[in-house]
Design a protein around this ligand. Structure first.
Ligand code: FAD
Length: 495
């Protein structure tokens, strides 16, 4: 490992998918003056070509890079996203929305759900989503970005256009892009990476290497043998078919995640096309059956034949090993149910910038980087498993497996805590907050046995007024928004 005398003057990014170009844009824009940054990508290999649904944290990255929202929307054919609609997850024919919004009002002693649970018991509370602006906006197809009422939103965007957009930014800030296939990764005597040898014979030397080579994990795994923690017993889906279709109607402001017999289907509406895919578990359904399931459930005309993508859910044992940092699919993979991969890319970039080893790599920074990344991934993993575990479905072998499977202790505790007491606690720095956990727990059919005693200090008439005023306020707010479609037309044209 380098020490304080080994200054990092040159960074080499291997791979130019979403991870590679996000990393390139971040490093060149924020550290570029003091750093030489080179990106190597292969047109022949190409990118994974999916990854089009995001979550609101992407705003943080865009703000850091000084990217205007309307500009990225127009450049990437994007639509707005207020959440995800889960269909058939709890039971066939039932659905719910996990929106990005905040539910109800907070109280010092307990969350809004405690008031809502009593309201349900008394027959005076309606669906939990009625108490959240983003939830109702998604359901009614309304959207606005206003100075005093910014909805917590994300985007659906074209992944290849997003990479091109970030490439332009990186080039403005001095990135050197090299096209070519990496034939060999060369190492120093101590095992650290010294250079990438391209098929053309060119040697790309560097001090710090960022592995953005996707599932190949050419540097972090194929070269450094870092190891992989397999989570497929908890998240058994291992394949996906992906295809794009022509738009048939105005885009909704949410991603659709529709549970099928051995997995689930996504529908991601862009301005002029729809991204579709079927995530499935090959132990329970054949590839031919999965492809047919997808094709049978598409709405518009297919733009090409569905493409098969194989994956394994889990995480690299270290995300930073020696002088190599893995970002993107090379660092591990959590299936796209909650659209968290691009978020994890962004988190790793920001973490790397915060810990950037300008004066040499030290083991404490490396350990801290790995510790924080692991906690983040563990928490997201638990949240995704919840959708599978808390199902009432027993209609196929796949759903029976999910319902009966063992789950991590951390998740078992959270589910039991909610069931017994209605409490949900967000861990420090956890991505998904209380409102997210609540919407999924309740949406999947878990209802608390108790609510906090402070709620009983409120007479029933007061509880009724309290719930009613929140609901009416939400309704009034959303009724003032234009439709999602109208808003996009205006917003992208005015950029
Ligand atoms: P890739 O896109 O695979 O890029 C790898 C790069 O490395 C390419 O440029 C390639 O050419 C280069 N490369 C590889 N080997 C070599 C070599 N030998 N020489 C030179 N170059 C090389 N994320 C979300 O946030 N939201 C979603 O909705 C979502 N949906 C997904 C659906 C599926 C089915 C899958 C599998 C993933 C999804 N993801 C999603 C994850 C998302 O697609 C990725 O996180 C994102 O695209 C980043 O990928 P990447 O850049 O790490 O890898």
């Amino acid at each position: 490992m380098n020490n304080v005398h080994n200054r990092i003057k040159k960074v080499v990014i291997a791979g130019g998918g979403t991870a590679g170009w996000m990393t390139a844009a971040g490093l060149t824009k924020l550290l570029g003056k003091n750093l030489e940054v080179v990106l190597v990508e292969s047109d022949d290999i190409g990118t994974v070509g999916v990854g089009e649904a995001t979550i609101p944290t992407l705003h943080i990255f865009h703000r850091l890079l000084n990217i205007k929202e309307s500009e990225v929307m127009a450049a990437t054919n994007a639509t707005f996203k207020l959440g995800i609609q889960f269909e058939n997850w709890k039971a066939l024919g039932e659905d719910y929305i996990h929106s990005f919004g905040f539910l109800g009002k907070d109280c010092w002693a307990c969350g809004f759900q405690h008031f809502w649970v009593k309201g349900r018991q008394k027959g005076i509370a309606t669906e939990i989503g009625d108490y959240c602006v983003e939830h109702l906006g998604a359901r009614q197809g309304r959207f606005a970005v206003l100075p005093n009422q910014d909805l917590n939103h994300a985007y659906h965007m074209d992944a290849s256009l997003y990479a091109k957009f970030l490439r332009r930014i990186s080039e403005q800030h001095g990135i050197r892009r090299m096209e070519g296939k990496i034939r060999e990764v060369q190492q120093h005597m101590d095992g650290t990476i010294s250079a990438l040898l391209l098929e053309s014979g060119e040697l790309v030397e560097g001090d710090l290497f960022i592995d953005c080579t996707g599932f190949r994990a050419l540097l972090i795994e194929q070269t450094l043998n870092t190891g992989f923690e397999d989570w497929s017993h908890w998240l058994p889906c291992d394949s996906a078919y992906a295809v794009q279709t022509k738009t048939t109607h105005e885009p909704v402001a949410y991603t659709r995640a529709i549970a099928r017999q051995a997995g689930w289907q996504w529908k991601i509406p862009l301005q002029s096309r729809v991204g579709n895919g079927l995530v499935f578990c090959s132990k329970f359904i054949t590839e031919a059956e999965a492809k047919q399931t997808l094709v049978d459930n598409l709405e518009g005309e297919m733009m090409f034949e569905p493409r098969l993508i194989k994956f394994k859910t889990g995480t690299r044992r270290q995300h930073w090993n020696k002088n190599c940092v893995a970002i993107g699919l090379s660092s591990g993979f959590l299936e796209p149910l909650e659209s968290t991969s691009i978020h994890l890319i962004q988190r790793s970039i920001i973490r790397l910038l915060q810990m950037f080893p300008s004066n040499g790599i030290n083991s404490a920074d490396v350990a801290e980087f790995n510790r924080q990344t692991k906690i983040e991934m563990d928490n997201i993993r638990d949240f995704i498993i919840l959708h599978y575990k808390a199902t009432e479905r027993t209609d196929t072998k796949f759903w029976r497996y999910c319902k009966d499977m063992e789950i991590p202790d951390t998740l078992a505790h959270r589910m039991e805590l909610f069931k017994q007491s209605g409490k949900v606690y967000k861990f420090a720095q956890e991505l998904f907050g209380e409102s997210s956990w609540l919407q999924v727990l309740i949406g999947q059919g878990l209802m608390p046995e108790q609510y906090h005693p402070i709620v009983d200090l409120m007479p029933d008439s007061e509880l009724n007024d309290f719930l009613m005023s929140i609901k009416q306020n939400v309704k009034r707010t959303v009724s003032q928004f234009p439709t999602h479609h109208e808003f996009i037309q205006h917003y992208c044209k005015s950029s």
